[in-house]
Design a protein around this ligand. Structure first.
Ligand code: SAM
Length: 233
């Protein structure tokens, strides 16, 4: 059976490529963005009383996973990328229908000449992600104290993040110009250790795109040194 649905919005995100995006929402609180509401869902009345809730569920498509297809089993990063589990026992983007769901904080609607935007933070969503639905997060039933985390084990070895004086200065300049807390964003992302498990023992350089900035760091064991923050060419 085939069903067809239309996006109600498009995500604008600080995350401009997949690498670096945290594995789940809420882990990087300074991640900021917005959902641009598309017609016919760009009407304020559709959000009446949403401000009574601090968080929302966002249902979306992993649009950048579609081209690679899906597999019945996947290797979650939590298991060191070694062991396979069923796709329905995972949160992998590579799944039938490529549907995702994230709880994010919302900061209310913003009407601009360009359209209607719902500001959000703490998301794990790539720029351009199509959104299919938005619902209030209701802790009274959505927060399950008795739920288990399965094979999800939290970082055994903490990461230390430092900045060279040049990278530090570039962050400050960017923050002054845009009002965006770039340095805090970088720190919060890096302490999540975005490296694939297979690379954790190697000394290696990495890069990620945040907003319009290209951020580069050297990972040496558990010490990450951010050495370059430049406007991307
Ligand atoms: N919270 C969601 C869920 O459980 O359905 C997403 C979890 S998924 C493990 C998070 C990862 O999806 C991110 O680390 C990022 O690499 C990837 N991702 C985010 N937005 C995407 C998109 N639009 N297309 C493809 N991959 C995306």
């Amino acid at each position: 059976m085939k069903y067809s649905i239309e996006a109600i919005g498009i995500v604008h995100s600080c995350y401009r490529e997949k690498f670096g995006i945290p594995r789940q929402p809420g882990l990087v609180k300074s991640a900021k963005g917005a959902i641009e509401l598309l017609p016919p869902c760009n009407r304020e009345e559709m959000f009446n009383e949403l401000d009574q809730f601090s968080h929302i569920w966002v249902q979306f498509q992993f649009h950048e996973a579609v081209a690679d297809g899906w597999r019945p089993t996947v290797r979650p990063p939590w298991l060191g990328g070694q062991k396979r589990v069923g796709v329905f026992a995972s949160r992998s983007p590579h799944r039938p229908n490529f549907l995702g769901m994230s709880v994010v904080r919302h900061h209310g609607l913003r009407r601009e000449k360009k359209g209607l935007f719902l500001d959000i933070s703490g998301m794990d969503l790539l720029q351009g992600t199509p959104v299919f639905d938005i619902k209030p997060y209701a802790p009274y039933s959505d927060m399950l104290k008795e739920a288990s985390n399965g094979f999800v084990k939290f970082a055994a070895e903490p990461v230390d993040v430092q900045f060279t004086p040049e990278a530090n200065e570039k962050c400050l300049q960017y923050e002054e110009k845009t009002g965006r807390s770039l340095q805090t964003l970088i720190e919060e992302i890096l302490v999540q250790d975005p490296r694939p498990a297979s690379q954790r023992l190697k000394k290696r350089e990495y890069g990620m795109l945040l907003w319009e900035m290209n951020v580069r760091w050297m990972a040496d064991g558990q010490l990450f040194t951010v050495f370059s923050v430049k406007k991307r060419s």
